[in-house]
Design a protein around this ligand. Structure first.
Ligand SMILES: [Fe+2]
Length: 351
């Protein structure tokens, strides 16, 4: 399903139109209070707010949201926020038409109008079929094509209040999506077109975005959206499979962790093309990696330029990280990585 995309100053008007005649559950994080224009617009309509969830949302919170959605007899759902708000809204929407067994392989189309307003340029969740939730500390991915929103509002002005670290880390998440999708064994011509579009926007507007200009914010939001469309087709690769435990163990942002992995994974793959597992072959992969490098250059330079806080890890922590990587999830990576190679990469990341 293709979403209707509205950008810039037309967004508020579209929101008003969309909310009219509906009873909408609004899923948003605490930062939503900053978006006063949007909050005022929402309060003119019949809405039920749901904010009772964590930054890495628990499965139980999505069930709580589902129960509230049903008890208030809402007929539509709106997410305003970063990846967590969007993912929680996706789950509430899918689960609201089910009586039990909420975690499953196949979902029915809930046919519930769904509008998404991302307030960070990073997760690309507004463009994907995935929602990440945590159950008993374990990361679960709810994967359903019906999760793609009907309408997406891309309003760069919502990025104005992003704190510096979050600003940097979220755009690195978008960059990691674009890069990993580009080299994923599942990439298609269509997904690579989205990746290239995202990479082009990222590098053209990176400095403006980091300086918090209107154009920079709007264009990075677009880059993140295209990177989301790319991973919606190809999924992510080892960069993401290896970054989750860094986030939980070291408390750094997801995009920061993904970029830390990719800065070592990328040169490792260039040096180990002979371990290519992409059926399209080594020459194909060499070409793809060359194409990415022509755009991104050395990822380490980019990360240094961002002046992110440094992260250290003990040998024990490196062991924990290595053992936590689900090797099944490395199957999308074009270069074969086993336990030994993963430990080597973690050692590179943490010096
Ligand atoms: Fe990500």
């Amino acid at each position: 399903m293709e979403s209707k995309i509205i950008s810039g100053s037309k967004c508020l008007l579209e929101l008003d139109k969309w909310l009219t005649g509906k009873k909408t559950m609004v899923v948003c994080g605490k930062s939503a209070a900053f978006f006063s224009d949007y909050m005022q617009q929402l309060k003119k309509h019949e809405v039920v707010f749901f904010r009772d969830f964590e930054p890495n949302p628990k499965y139980e919170s999505t069930i709580k949201g589902r129960d509230i959605f049903l008890s208030y007899k809402c007929d539509s759902i709106l997410a305003i926020g970063g990846g967590s708000s969007i993912d929680v809204a996706k789950c509430i929407r899918l689960f609201s038409v089910l009586d039990n067994d909420y975690l499953r392989d196949n979902y029915v189309d809930p046919m519930i109008p769904f509008l998404v307003i991302p307030t960070t340029a990073g997760t690309g969740s507004e463009a994907t079929r995935f929602a990440v939730v945590y159950k008993d500390g374990e990361k679960l991915s709810v994967n359903c094509l019906y999760s793609i929103p009907e309408v997406v509002l891309l309003d760069g002005s919502l990025l104005k209040t992003l704190p510096d670290y979050q600003r940097k880390a979220t755009c690195l998440d978008a960059l990691s999506h674009a890069i990993e999708s580009m080299w994923s064994v599942n990439s298609t011509e269509e997904s690579r077109t989205y990746s290239l579009k995202a990479l082009e926007l990222f590098f053209k507007y990176k400095n403006e975005y980091l300086s918090n200009t209107e154009t920079g914010n709007a264009k990075m939001l677009e880059a993140s959206f295209y990177a989301g469309k790319a991973i919606n087709i190809s999924e992510t690769t080892a960069g993401h499979a290896m970054c989750y435990k860094i986030t939980t163990l070291k408390g750094i942002a997801h995009g920061h962790a993904a970029a830390l992995v990719n800065q070592y994974l990328f040169p490792y793959m260039i040096e180990h093309i002979e371990d290519c597992i992409d059926v399209r072959g080594k020459d194909y992969l060499k070409n793809i990696l060359r194409k990415i490098y022509q755009i991104t250059g050395n990822l380490s330079d980019l990360i240094d330029e961002m002046k992110l806080p440094s992260v250290l890890a003990t040998d024990d922590e490196i062991d924990i990280m290595t053992n936590s990587v689900n090797e099944g999830r490395l199957k999308n990576n074009p270069v074969k990585l086993g336990h030994e190679q993963i430990m080597y990469l973690y050692r590179c990341i943490f010096g």
